[in-house]
Design a protein around this ligand. Structure first.
Ligand code: ASP
Length: 329
């Protein structure tokens, strides 16, 4: 009895401290995939390209949040930007399947009402995240796949492209040379806490390089690669999708925060460095809770990532970007 009381008091104290320490008006986090290529780290020119892209993504989101736009609008605008940038494994630049084609996955979820939409294995819709949002808002379903999802996207008036639109000289090189050892990284994700206090998460990817055609990763699986609950967290994952599905990482993290009242960083670290690592599940995640606390751990050599938030008291916007271990403020 006494032990329980002490335990509850500890949790209450921890919750109060965390909330007070992180009084943020809004927060945006982005990722552009985990497992940074050595060729990027070793080349100042290539690193600069990635930093510039991360900066653009964070700035797009920050400006919209500042205007008071709702989370889904912000997440879609940021992911649309990434999907159009061939540096990343989403939209144009997506990883190629073993069949030499492009099959894209995406999901979006709102924490205020647990509404979600996702698409798996789409081949023709230019911005898969927009198709995921249309599934969320225009159907009674959560997930559409393959040709059904593409046809639905077309009927919604979304921009359609030929499958080869997603190819770039670098992805086609892998098809021709059949090189599996050099992985394509750069799944993209965005999570936000908006000015209304709502959480939203979105993820978009071409999946794992040379994946078997028909394979679906964690990104469009609600609760695995993408999840949002205002009482828990908004989270977007990147890495070896099969492990993120098995460990139900998104829901796992959200529930630790919601039910166990674990601080977000502790909960995220336990999953990424504990549960996942022991099973050789490599990757990382970005996550934010309703108080603006956030985490972005990864268990590989790096993760393309960025964060911006506005302090309530000072009105100051803080921004940081990272590729390797260090964050640059
Ligand atoms: N998680 C993605 C997948 O397994 C790939 C990645 O994030 O790099 O499809």
């Amino acid at each position: 009895m006494k032990k329980n009381l002490v335990w509850m008091l500890c949790i209450l104290l921890q919750m109060t401290l965390t909330a007070q320490a992180q009084d943020r008006e809004y927060v945006i986090l982005v990722h552009g995939g985990a497992g940074v290529l050595k060729s990027v780290v070793d080349s100042p020119e290539r690193s600069a390209q990635y930093y510039a892209a991360l900066d653009s993504a964070v700035s797009i989101g920050n400006a919209l949040l500042e205007q008071g736009k709702p989370g889904p609008e912000v997440v879609m605008a940021v992911i649309n930007y990434f999907e159009g940038n061939p540096l990343f494994n989403s939209g144009k630049g997506a990883a190629v399947t073993s069949a030499g084609t492009f099959e894209l996955d995406a999901a979006i979820m709102e924490g205020k009402d647990l509404t979600a939409g996702s698409v798996a294995g789409v081949k023709r819709v230019k911005h898969p995240i927009n198709a995921a949002y249309a599934v969320k808002t225009k159907t009674a379903h959560v997930m559409l796949s393959g040709e059904g999802a593409d046809t639905f996207a077309e009927q919604q008036g979304l921009e359609m492209v030929d499958n080869m639109y997603f190819a770039t000289p670098s992805t086609m090189k892998w098809v021709e040379q059949f090189k599996a050892e050099s992985k394509k990284n750069g799944t993209v994700g965005c999570v936000v806490l908006d000015k209304d206090g709502n959480l939203t998460a979105g993820t978009s990817t071409g999946g794992m390089l040379r994946k078997q055609w028909g394979r679906v990763g964690d990104a469009p699986v609600i609760g695995a690669g993408t999840y949002a609950d205002n009482e828990g967290v908004a989270v977007s994952c990147t890495g070896h999708g099969e492990y993120f599905i098995r460990h139900v990482v998104g829901y796992n993290l959200s529930t630790r925060v919601k039910m166990l009242h674990q601080p977000i960083e502790q909960a995220a670290n336990e999953i990424i460095f504990g549960e996942l690592n022991t099973n050789e599940g490599n990757g990382g995640l970005i996550a934010v809770d309703k108080n603006g606390n956030f985490a972005m751990p990864f268990n590989r050599d790096g993760m393309f990532r960025g964060v911006a938030y506005k302090e309530k008291k000072t009105g100051k916007v803080v921004k940081a970007l990272g590729i390797g271990k260090e964050l640059k403020y």
